[in-house]
Design a protein around this ligand. Sequence first.
Ligand code: DX5
Ligand code: ZN
Length: 217
Amino acid sequence: MILVAPSILSADFARLGKSCVAMGDAGADILHFDVMDGMFVPNISFGIPVLKDLNKYTDMPIDVHLMIEEPHRYIKQFAENGADYITIHVEAESDIEGTLKMIADYGVIPAVSVKPGTPAEAVFPYLEKIGMILVMSVEPGFGGQSFMPCAIDKVRILREECNRRGLTDMLIEVDGGINLETGKLVVDAGADVLVAGSALFNADDPASIIAQFKTMA
Ligand code: DX5
Ligand code: ZN
């Protein structure tokens, strides 16, 4: 089954609650919540107070993608304010194992992400400790960029390694430049969670795009 996760980075922030509810009504499964600190990535987005308020508007699961340095400093706050998944970058954290354990101890699903230049193998040591892998298909920091095809092989390698280890429930999420064409490429390689920002928030009929994503497998 394919899960569709609209990236709210592309939403109109002045109408955020309504836009997120509309995405749920259009068939989306998860809200993708991009947190940026101006250090790990050259952009600043939103954080804990926005997560807290968003949870008053929607029951959809929220997938918090932390593009911040040393995310262990903020796991408690994101977990207590309604994160359902928390994704950390292997490139950003000095204690990856400890941070994943902290996330799981709060009852949140831990996930690990890799930037385009980081090999798939960088995730291998953590596979038994996570429920989802996030493969970046753009350099993190901005919505609306073009898909980088290097993500396709990375998804394939990760799906094969998960299958080899019997981790058949592992979610593999792809984020960046996902549309109907690139989404199909990564689904064929083994991805099952599609993050899409501009492709959904700029669409006239997001429900039709979500429906097409969901029938790709
Ligand atoms: C980029 C973010 C993405 C971004 C995706 O750093 O992690 O989630 O919002 O936007 P699109 O789908 O427009 O590439
Ligand atoms: Zn993201």
